[in-house]
Ligand binder design. Structure first.
Ligand code: ARG
Length: 459
């Protein structure tokens, strides 16, 4: 047991209490941020003449040495310290002596941990944003290559109207683009520096909080010292954004699983991203997509856990807040892993274009267009709906598609039909007539793809 606060105690902490209280097993994850924050803090202390230049130099050299040694694996972060802050400070004092004892001047672990967590989160937000961009790039490539790859669009998982693969992928492009924008908002809101807030009420030292904030790349200092040490909103926002990312990945995974099934065969997952069965030799399972779908629950769980943890905490810092870390770390690792794996799976997945196109044809996805044909020839829409209903029934009985009926068969149901019905209900026509912005028609799609190209180049 090694603690920073033994002075007012007459007895050792019970070992079980110590273990229960300690956070070093997980907060060692941000040792680098802790040291970076300390370096900024002492730089500011020296500028304010609270420390001498010599003391500053000595402390910074000591901190840099610790950083280097931990990174190189020469210095082990020992669990005999309560948390990462105690480990760094104690190691520093061990290595440089008296000057090290001045590191914590004008600081509390409350503003220190608030800073460390923010620095850590900020880097992770940037990393996740990068992973989302890689996924968007894969989606963009698929879109560009498939503006004329026809497939059925579904509602209620029933074939509805024909679309293209580009259009379907574009829906996910929009989702993941919104996810990036959510991360951007979180970054903008959280990027204010809590250091200098002390335990809760600031400090009596003449700290220059603007300077520390600037040194650490923040937009400025936070404006209320109590809120600074008690705020975990940005973590809740991040968990919420990660939950939404996972929800999107999970929906996409579900589609990949359906499309990869024996019945659909719309796609084939690459061998490198599928697994086999220990008993059934014929199996090639979509485990990665299933795991992504499954892991979504973990991230939702983290969000609910932290919301619940925070709901009854009076101002300002309370130890409950130490519980923020494991949830957040796990959710970040999970979301990052899922994003990377899903992107790899998508990049290597093969689409069976012919199967998709035949599926669109066989599913009467052009029935609406047949009705529109009649309307264009003077039939009222409700009557047209009824006539096409009869056509569909006829085709189901004969097990054929609307495209396979002869003109005589058409005319037997309605004399309005002429030779041009075939052109009117072809996949090309059905899709390309849908040319309003956001629709699957080739021209509309190409316009959107152009917007996406610009978006990817600029963000
Ligand atoms: N390990 C603590 C946490 O994660 C650091 C802050 C400790 N502050 C305190 N007053 N005990 O929240």
């Amino acid at each position: 047991m090694a603690q920073l606060w033994g002075g007012r105690f007459t007895k050792e902490t019970d070992q079980l209490v110590y273990n229960f209280n300690a956070s070093i097993s997980f907060d060692q994850k941000f040792y680098e941020q802790d040291i970076k924050g300390s370096i900024a803090h002492v730089t500011m202390l020296a500028k304010q003449n609270i420390l001498t230049e010599a003391e500053k130099e000595k402390i910074i050299a000591g901190l840099q040495g610790i950083l280097k040694d931990v990174k190189a694996g020469v210095l082990e972060i020992s669990d005999k310290y309560e948390d990462i802050h105690s480990f760094v400070e104690a190691t520093l004092i061990d290595r440089i002596g008296e000057a090290g004892k001045k590191l914590h001047t004008g600081r509390s672990r409350n503003d220190q941990v608030a800073l460390d967590m923010k620095l850590f989160t900020r880097d992770e937000v940037t990393a996740i944003n990068g992973l989302l961009k890689e996924l968007l790039e894969v989606l963009y490539t698929i879109m560009k290559d498939n503006t004329e790859t026809f497939m059925p669009g579904f509602t209620h998982l029933q074939k509805a109207q024909p679309i293209t693969l580009a259009h379907h992928m574009g829906a996910y492009f929009e989702m993941f683009k919104r996810d990036r924008s959510r991360l951007h908002d979180i970054y903008e809101r959280m990027n204010y520096c809590p250091l200098g807030s002390g335990a809760l009420a600031g400090t009596t030292y003449p700290l220059d909080r603007e300077y520390t904030a600037e040194l650490l790349g923040f937009y400025g200092p936070t404006l209320n010292s109590m809120d600074s040490v008690a705020d975990r909103d940005y973590l809740i926002e991040l968990l919420s954004a990660l939950s939404t990312i996972m929800m999107h990945l999970s929906r996409f995974s579900e589609e990949v699983i359906i499309w990869n099934s024996n019945e659909y065969r719309f796609v084939e997952i690459d061998d490198a991203y599928s697994t086999g069965s220990s008993i059934m030799p014929q199996k090639k399972n979509p485990d990665i997509a299933e795991l992504v779908r499954g892991k979504t629950g973990r991230v939702y769980g983290a969000l609910m856990s932290l919301l619940t943890t925070m709901k009854g905490i009076p101002l300002a810092y309370n130890k409950d807040m130490q519980e923020d870390k494991e949830f957040v770390f796990d959710a970040i690792d999970t979301a990052k892993g899922c994003l990377a794996l899903f992107t790899g799976m998508l990049r290597t997945m093969r689409f069976n274009n012919t199967v998709m196109e035949n599926s669109a044809k066989n599913g009467f996805t052009n029935a609406t267009d047949a009705a529109d044909y009649l309307v264009n020839h003077g039939v009222a829409f409700r009557d047209a709906h009824g006539i096409v209903g009869q056509l569909v029934l006829y085709c189901i009985e004969k097990d054929i598609a609307l495209d396979d009926m002869t003109l005589e068969e058409y005319k037997a149901i309605s004399p309005v039909f002429e030779e041009d019905i075939y052109e009117a209900i072809s996949m090309e026509t059905c899709v390309n007539k849908r040319m309003t912005i956001g629709a699957p028609g080739k021209e509309a799609m190409e316009q959107v793809i152009g917007i996406y190209e610009k978006y990817l180049a600029e963000s």
